[in-house]
Design a protein around this ligand. Structure first.
Ligand SMILES: [Zn+2]
Length: 164
């Protein structure tokens, strides 16, 4: 007799189980049992752990994008005006001035892109379907000179001058 007294229906899985083997006692009241069976309470706490973990990952991700945004915002804007560059580097050839102006324009455009990308990651609602403007005029057009080579020549000459 009284065998039904030892059974309890779990409020999560709705299975009726033996109360003493399948339910934990409440910590606050040793005479009553948890409403959820042991198996269900395990998966519930795992879910809670996972959602806590994903919250932390989200937080770290946001933080790293915020840092990248701040770094990009702190970047100095490079000089792109050939007249000002000419004044800054009087020993440059015209070609070097032109190349440097173009290179600096690229550096600025890349940094602007980075700023917008980080900002939109942090404010996804402001992202438009068109996306961020891509400066094809700067990045797609192949020029008649090898820019890296040109830059290394500029650097070499600068080092030579610094060493004098
Ligand atoms: Zn259950």
């Amino acid at each position: 007799m009284n065998q039904y007294k030892d059974l309890k229906k779990c409020t999560a899985c709705h299975i009726t189980l033996d109360i003493k083997t399948n339910f934990d006692r409440k910590e606050t009241d040793q005479f009553s049992f948890q409403p959820v069976c042991i198996e269900c309470s395990k998966s519930i706490s795992k879910k809670a752990y996972r959602s806590n973990l994903s919250k932390q990952v989200d937080y770290q991700l946001q933080r790293s994008h915020r840092n990248m945004l701040n770094e990009a915002l702190a970047q100095d804007v490079e000089e792109t005006c050939p007249i000002k560059l000419r004044a800054m580097f009087p020993y440059f050839t015209d070609k070097q001035v032109t190349n440097m102006a173009r290179l600096n324009e690229k550096v600025n455009a890349a940094n602007d892109f980075l700023i917008e990308e980080q900002y939109l990651f942090l404010n996804p609602k402001e992202r438009t379907p068109e996306g961020i403007e891509y400066r094809a005029d700067l990045f797609d057009v192949k020029s008649d000179y090898d820019e890296d080579e040109e830059l290394s020549i500029i650097r070499e000459e600068q080092t030579d001058l610094d060493n004098q």
